[in-house]
Write a protein that binds this ligand. Sequence first.
Ligand SMILES: Nc1nc2c(ncn2[C@@H]2O[C@H](COP(=O)(O)OP(=O)(O)OP(=O)(O)O)[C@@H](O)[C@H]2O)c(=O)[nH]1
Ligand SMILES: [Mg+2]
Length: 461
Amino acid sequence: MANDSQADRSIADQSMAHEKSTTPSLAGCPVTRIGITGLSGAGKSTLITAIINHLENARRGALSEQSGLARIRHGRWHREIERAFDYDHALTALTGQPPSWPESTRDWSIARLTLDYDRRWYSLRPRRRCLELFDYPGEWLLDLSLLDWSFAEYSAHWRDWLARSPRREIAPRLLEDLKAIDPAEPVDPERLAALANRWSMMLADSRLPPHRLSRNLPGRWLMPGEGFDPDAMPFLPLPGVMAESPDDYPEGSWGEVCQRHFTYYRDRIARPFFESHFGRLDAQVILVDLLGALRSGRAALADMRAALESILEPFRYRDGHWLGNLFARRIRRVAIVATQIDHLLPADQARLTRLLDSYLFELTQQLAGKDIELRLFAVSAVTAAQPREDARGRPMLVGTEKSSRQKIAFTPPTIPEQMPHDLDLAIDDLPTLAPPAGLDRARAFPGRRVDALLDFVIGES
Ligand SMILES: Nc1nc2c(ncn2[C@@H]2O[C@H](COP(=O)(O)OP(=O)(O)OP(=O)(O)O)[C@@H](O)[C@H]2O)c(=O)[nH]1
Ligand SMILES: [Mg+2]
């Protein structure tokens, strides 16, 4: 396993609030928890489905190429826990006729498996291990960056982001309208609601093509999850706010109300999520839609990299900082994973891994020598396109287009090996594919590097 201490932690001694009384007893089964996150549509549900499918097919050799996983004899998924990842639904979709992708998910869930291992030569007992894959929206992970900010800092960051392209064009006049607010004036609830509405639209537009930006804070404005209503306590960044304390603004003023709502969001909504879930993870997998960002170009690439840097910043904190303490205690391995690479020819899939390396070079440098291991992967959870040659012998891909369900052949863009230092790189658009026909739960789904990723997060040395 990833480290010895993981083996000592058992479900029995970590009471899980989300467990039902019907949960089969897993007492004594050491548990490893892996967080799997990524912005909406990054491919979390499909990857988790593929991981479970690979583990279920371990005895048929699905993991045999990875030496760290070779002793896994059998993996069994548990449906009978509360908030269980809906593997049944994902299988129904992927193996249906015609096949479809799993539906979009809006909240967190847990896929729990028990893994049976071959005995070691010196032991009489077979070994059993429990694996939990914690699927949660990447939008929430982005809130990590604001946990450490005051309202004034939050406002200052947004003032800078809104002043620059492409956000300046996505939300024309929004910055000017926010600047025009005097934080000491009494708040006008109708104007606050109208601006909050424009704020939500700006975030939603920023996330979508053609922009595909990543830093769309606060994360729960886009992905509220259960029990959170962004309209109940709206707040906006106020470029005019400089003071650190809400006491500096009269009660009921713009400054006091927005600051109070921001503080509530930060301390009562965002922070408890990290304290109750994130602090229990042994490894974290962050999925990124690198191909999507490449299609949008420089601004999307820059924003995605800045988002990853701020997410991983706590790992660079020294002891003593509360965020540093929270993470340093457990998470030892972090994988940043470019997904859906089956949209590329095999040679370009390999180049994409090197491109990712070049793109995130500074980040990996910053974390080198720290107490975590960061590794980069490019995977396809379920390969939906097959390489072929056209009549003139040129390589191309064939697959089924998602909405029309027509067979298509396409020549994917060529991927360079290096990321230009100024991130000035863009590739042509790619088709959206349907899953391949003929997927069967009893065989490992076709994919690329799913087993290598799993080996990194749970493999034995
Ligand atoms: N070709 C291909 N497409 C994929 C793959 N994985 C995901 N996709 C595409 O990406 C879409 C989103 O995948 P999901 O697995 O639902 O992504 P998610 O991160 O769980 O998305 P949310 O639940 O909306 O947050 C799918 O509907 C597919 O169109 C893959 O391995 N290959
Ligand atoms: Mg999902």
